[in-house]
Design a protein around this ligand. Structure first.
Ligand SMILES: Nc1nc2c(ncn2[C@@H]2O[C@H](COP(=O)(O)OP(=O)(O)OP(=O)(O)O)[C@@H](O)[C@H]2O)c(=O)[nH]1
Length: 295
């Protein structure tokens, strides 16, 4: 024990902890852009830092990779647009607007200043790509279990705070083991990926699909009451039943069992999802290929 601690070198007795920068006026543009990895903050900082050199009334930043459209200010007649890119990496598109035409000098200055934005944007892109990977199931391109744990508590708090409904659907492919055993594991994987695709096709943008376990998915439906969730679960069930998986020379048909529950007062995460899980098992017991709503 004593020997181990002797190997540790003390580098410094002082700790420097930076608090979140409140007044970015004290920073030059490059330093200010190093204070965050959030796209909205980077663009807002950039806009404010260039404002005295290149006056503009509004900005729009679009980044399709992360489904972002960040806007601020008053939209006016004249604009200039830049597709931002570094080493083949797309970093989105920035548009500035103004009452007056941007002069050639304005554009030259802007282009010099955009060089300061490029690498912070690249870092933000790498950070958000890593976050996305950490929360995505690679086989089905749905959110993974870690993401579910974060999302359910956030969605429950939001639903309670805004007095909105929240429903959850548990979805489990029927006799999935037989698919693996009959057609092979690759076919099982294809079945999972296609099931996820068909589930997503039945949903609104605000609904989130998670791969919860092997062949089990969970769908979180914000602002959806019990009736709406049951209708949606039935739509998903029917979609799965009506599709056919073409695997080599085989035409594989599958079905799924689904359980639905809607958030109640005094629910915990566990009680909320257990009702949906129990309802899904009831659907299995009743013969599969059906939707059961929790009582
Ligand atoms: N191909 C493939 N199979 C998986 C994956 N994850 C889990 N499984 C398989 O999924 C199967 C689940 O089988 P069971 O839990 O017995 O359920 P089931 O056969 O679907 O039967 P019921 O749910 O009762 O209708 C097991 O054979 C697992 O090996 C995966 O990522 N890929």
């Amino acid at each position: 024990m004593g020997n181990k601690s002797a190997n540790l070198a003390i580098i410094s007795n002082n700790t420097f902890e930076a608090t979140k920068a409140i007044n970015l006026d004290n920073y030059d543009i490059s330093s200010a852009l190093q204070t965050t990895l959030e796209f909205n903050e980077l663009i807002a900082i950039f806009s404010s830092k260039i404002a005295n050199k290149i006056p503009h009334s509004a900005y729009v930043y679009i980044n399709p990779e992360f489904d972002l459209e960040i806007k601020s200010g008053v939209f006016t007649r004249h604009s200039c647009n830049y597709a931002l890119k570094v080493e083949q990496q797309q970093l989105g598109e920035l548009k500035l607007m103004s009452n007056h035409r941007f002069s050639d000098t304005d554009l030259q200055v802007l282009e010099t200043m955009l060089c300061c934005l490029i690498y912070p944007l690249k870092n933000a892109t790498l950070f958000h790509q890593a976050l996305k990977m950490a929360y995505t199931d690679p086989l089905t391109q749905t959110h993974n279990r870690a993401s579910f744990n974060d999302s359910i508590s956030r969605e429950m708090s939001l639903a309670v705070r805004n007095a909105k409904n929240l429903s959850v659907i548990f979805f489990d492919i029927d006799h999935f083991k037989t698919i693996n055993d009959t057609y092979g594991h690759d076919c099982g994987d294809t079945t999972l990926a296609l099931s996820a695709k068909w589930i997503k096709e039945s949903l609104r943008d605000s609904d989130i699909v998670f791969r919860y376990g092997g062949e089990e998915f969970v769908i979180l439906l914000s602002d959806t009451d019990a009736h709406g969730a049951e209708l949606l679960a039935e739509r998903i069930r029917a979609s799965i039943e009506h599709h056919t998986i073409a695997y080599g020379m085989e035409a594989v048909k599958i079905t799924a069992s689904l359980g639905v529950s809607t958030l109640r007062e005094n629910d915990t995460i566990e009680s909320f999802i257990k009702r949906a899980d129990d309802a899904m098992y009831t659907a299995k017991k009743r013969g599969r290929n059906q939707v059961v709503s929790s009582k």
